[in-house]
Design a protein around this ligand. Structure first.
Ligand code: HSE
Length: 432
């Protein structure tokens, strides 16, 4: 059986670009054996081609000219990142009739519609497995393996940097900024780590999964985003005491045909598989009407995990080219599978509240009365005897499911009480 050679042009020779080049050079025989196509590294383009990236690129492959990589390749890989030049390279490649593989979640979340329309018009493939959850094939799972399901819920731990930080804070009591610096050294964090810790990287990934599940390219607007920057060790400890673990959780939920999307630090029960996904690992739980719950687990960040997903896409596209079956699974097909997007005000959830209060008679009574007036039922409550240096104590309350609107109204009233010494810490609970 003949093995068809497919020329690959990589634009962007950073951490992931080097990983992709290394994987193609090391494993193209494995891929050829399994898939019947041989990936050949034709061009690797970057403005900086002198820094040692730890991979020996064959003579004549490195170039500073991205247009050359597009011209000489059968498939173009965009690994520049960002939303400006990366978009231009992708659109240039598509207009030149070249299929594209990208890991660029921010670009797709914001401009996916434009890119997919251009690909449709040009009749080329665009694949983007590495844009969500690193090495986990979650996009292929949603597009193919779970295609027969109406999706009810997706819960995702999808930022390796945040999961690494939370795990080390919880296990070692480590300081947030020290652990973030370690995540940067390990190549997990984005060039701008605010994208990780403020939740936007997870929001980009949430927007992509929601689009695949519900047939509309939502963009970022409907995704409510909160990061982990303000999370304190005390909250991790109280969560532990109550039988929960805090994760930066992407939540995509369908209810009566309506969809809700958010990214927030969230308490999940410690005895669930999702709660036990630690370090840089990611986990995505998908619940479909037919299959029930499925859970996908693996490395969510880092050079090799991301390269694995990029090269899997390259192989898919190469097979399509080899058999002349382009766009067998289109990059994205719009076809609305929901009624409307719910605002956070319309949502319901269980809540975690931490109040720092004066330790005097009637404090719990007045707080409980405010919650009762808003029909918010308390499910658990902790107050330890130990006081802080300023004489206050922490009061931690878990609620049963309550309307977000009622909770907000209760918080506004709590803020007016003189017993309350600092803003209330608020987080959602998902019982998975
Ligand atoms: N910065 C991202 C993370 C890389 O930490 O998960 C993968 O998207």
């Amino acid at each position: 059986m003949t093995v068809k050679e497919i020329k690959i042009g990589i634009i962007g020779f950073g951490t992931v670009g080097a990983g992709v080049a290394a994987n193609i050079l090391a494993n193209s025989d494995v891929i050829a054996s399994r898939a019947g196509v041989k990936l050949v590294l034709a061009k690797v383009a970057d403005l900086d081609i002198t820094t040692d990236r730890g991979v020996r690129i064959p003579e004549g492959v490195l170039t500073t000219d991205a247009a050359e990589a597009i011209r000489e390749a059968d498939i173009v890989v965009e690994l520049v990142g960002g939303t400006t030049v990366a978009k231009k390279f992708i659109l240039d490649a598509i207009r030149a009739g070249k299929p594209v593989v990208t890991a660029n979640k921010a670009l797709l979340a914001l401009h996916g519609e434009e890119i997919f329309s251009a690909a449709e018009a040009a009749g080329v493939d665009v694949y983007y497995e590495a844009s969500v959850a690193g090495g986990i094939p979650i996009i292929k799972a949603l597009r193919e393996g779970l295609v027969s399901n109406r999706i009810h819920r997706i819960y995702g731990i999808m930022n390796g940097t945040c999961n690494y930080i939370l795990t080390r804070m919880e296990n070692e009591g480590a300081d947030f900024n020290t652990v973030l610096a370690d995540a940067q050294k390990l190549g997990y964090a984005e060039a701008n780590p605010s994208l990780d810790i403020d939740g936007f990287d997870t929001a980009h990934k949430t927007a992509i999964l929601a689009a695949l599940a519900f047939g509309e390219w939502f963009g970022l607007d409907p995704v409510h985003v909160e990061g982990i920057r303000d999370l304190e060790l005390a909250d991790l400890r109280y969560a532990e005491e109550l039988g929960y673990r805090i994760k930066l959780l992407s939540v995509i939920k369908e209810s009566e045909g309506n969809v809700q999307m958010s990214v927030r630090p969230t308490l999940i029960p410690r005895n669930t598989l999702l709660a036990n996904i630690s370090d840089v690992f990611n986990g995505v739980l998908v619940e479909g009407d037919t299959v029930g719950q499925t859970l996908f687990y693996g490395r969510g960040a880092g050079r090799n995990a991301t390269a694995s997903a990029v090269v899997a896409d390259l192989t898919d596209v190469a097979i399509n080219l080899a058999v002349g079956s382009v766009r067998r699974t289109p990059a994205f097909r719009s076809g609305k599978l929901f009624r409307r997007v719910l605002t956070m005000e319309e949502s319901e959830s269980r809540f975690y509240l931490r109040l720092q209060v004066r330790d005097c008679p009637g404090v719990i009574a007045s707080i409980a009365q405010i919650l009762a007036d808003k029909s918010i039922s308390i499910s658990s409550l902790i107050q330890h005897e130990r006081r802080e240096a300023d004489g206050t104590v922490a009061l931690v309350i878990l609620t049963h499911s309550a309307a977000e609107k009622s909770l907000r109204a209760a918080l506004a009233e709590l803020a007016t009480l003189s017993i309350n010494q600092s803003p209330v810490k608020l987080m959602r609970i998902e019982d998975i």
